[in-house]
Design a protein around this ligand. Structure first.
Ligand code: ATP
Ligand code: MG
Length: 392
């Protein structure tokens, strides 16, 4: 019965010029989400709402799933459109809607009206009262409860009228593209896809960088990261995924530096390279899936040493989360199953038995001096051979 959806968004902080940016970004992302489902849709802005109208057959559940992934949407309301909003027609059509949805269930209800078209002859409070009366007259199974009704029958009047009573919770957050772009360091693990999702939820577009170390990491490991990026891109897409060949840098560090400092030094080079790629791609921040104390390279002291090579802010949205809390989000956004596939990671291939857990910045910097001869050339080479995969 539904051929259209009204999307509500939170209006906090979107006054004046911001409003257009916010609404346009939201509209774009709704279109992107709907490009993933069967059917064609018209998406428009309507006085504080985004309006989606189907122009062909579609699968209701599939559309709801897609719309639930759009950041900035507070609620999704499947609506019935009433073309002729003249009062007598409106009451009958709203009545038909209530009959169709609730049949002869005993329910308490309340009418909520919103008049987008201020020329409409009846003001909102009166619409509520009169429509309530009409429904009570027509149906014996309805009772009014203005404080805690089971069903709120929303009637919105513009050029046309809309009736809905089902309000499905949306993703929340801010529309993608309203808050700049950041570079996600995306590994095949559980944490980094979640980190990317969380920052994107605040309206930040993301690019991603993956450090690949063939033949120590396989094509399957790379494919796993592509699959994770695809899943994250359902929310945050499209995403440009930059694949960096990290093998020579890793081998060189392995040859020259103390093995207990390997992971830290490797991570410092990852951050440096990701930052250069970020600058090239108009990103103004880095994102990682680090969480304090999770592993040796994520103690407070280790984070000091990785932060020291970054001039850009590093966002670590899961920094205070326990693993289980991160897992819950990974399950919710559909990345968990892929993340736990047992393919090798470039960090685990070269990991030391007893990595330092409290590295001092001085000692790490001193060890890195041993790389002086060749490291700049290797980094340059890695940057020159980046493969960018567009995920959309
Ligand atoms: P898990 O998600 O299983 O905890 P992890 O990869 O997140 O694994 P670490 O290896 O300590 O754990 O890495 C910390 C962070 O560094 C990651 O969240 C990710 O942002 C980044 N990172 C690690 N390895 C890579 C890689 N190969 N490519 C890109 N980023 C990486
Ligand atoms: Mg981790």
């Amino acid at each position: 019965m539904y051929k259209a959806f009204l999307l509500r968004y939170s209006e906090i902080g979107i006054k004046g010029k911001n409003r257009y940016m916010f609404e346009d970004a939201l509209k774009n992302q709704v279109k992107f989400a709907l490009s993933k489902v069967e059917g064609s849709f018209n998406v428009s802005k309507e006085q504080g709402r985004i309006f989606v109208e189907a122009e062909s057959e579609f699968d209701f559940d599939e559309v709801i799933t897609a719309l639930k992934r759009v950041f900035g949407v507070a609620a999704i309301c499947p609506v019935v459109v009433i073309d002729d909003n003249a009062w007598d027609n409106l009451t009958v059509k709203v009545g038909d809607y209530v009959e169709k949805v609730y049949g002869n269930q005993e329910i308490t209800f309340k009418v909520e009206a919103r008049r987008g078209n201020k020329n409409y002859p009846i003001p909102s409070p009166e619409i509520c009262a009169k429509m309530g009366e009409y429904l009570l007259d027509r149906f014996d199974n309805l009772k009014v409860d203005v404080h805690n009704p089971k069903v709120r029958v929303h009637v919105e009047i513009r050029t046309k009228a809309y009736v809905y009573s089902d309000v499905i919770k949306g993703a929340g957050g801010m529309p993608l593209g309203t808050n700049g772009k950041a570079m996600l360091l995306l590994s095949g693990g559980i944490d980094s896809p979640v980190a990317g999702y969380m920052i994107a939820k605040r309206g930040v577009r993301i690019d991603a960088t993956y450090f690949h170390a063939p033949p120590y990491t396989s094509d399957r490991a790379k494919q796993k990261v592509v699959d994770l990026a695809k899943q994250v891109s359902l929310y945050a897409g499209p995403i440009d995924l930059h694949v960096v060949n990290f093998t020579d840098i890793q081998m060189y560090i392995y040859d020259k530096c103390p093995h207990d400092e390997l992971t830290i030094i490797m991570r410092r080079y990852m951050m440096r390279i990701a930052q250069t790629l970020a600058e090239k791609n108009n990103c103004i921040g880095l994102i990682t899936g680090e969480s304090i104390g999770q592993v040796a390279s994520q103690t407070m002291q280790s984070l000091v040493t990785t932060d020291a090579v970054c001039t850009m802010p590093v966002y670590r949205p899961v920094i205070g989360f326990d693993k289980q809390e991160i897992v819950e989000i990974a399950e919710k956004i559909g990345t968990f199953e892929t993340s736990i596939l047992p393919y090798e990671d470039c960090c685990t291939t070269f990991v030391a038995k007893h990595p330092v857990t409290k590295p001092s910045l001085k000692s790490i910097e001193k060890s890195e001096l041993k790389l002086a001869e060749d490291i700049d050339r290797l980094v340059e080479e890695a940057l020159k051979t980046v493969e960018t995969i567009v995920i959309k």
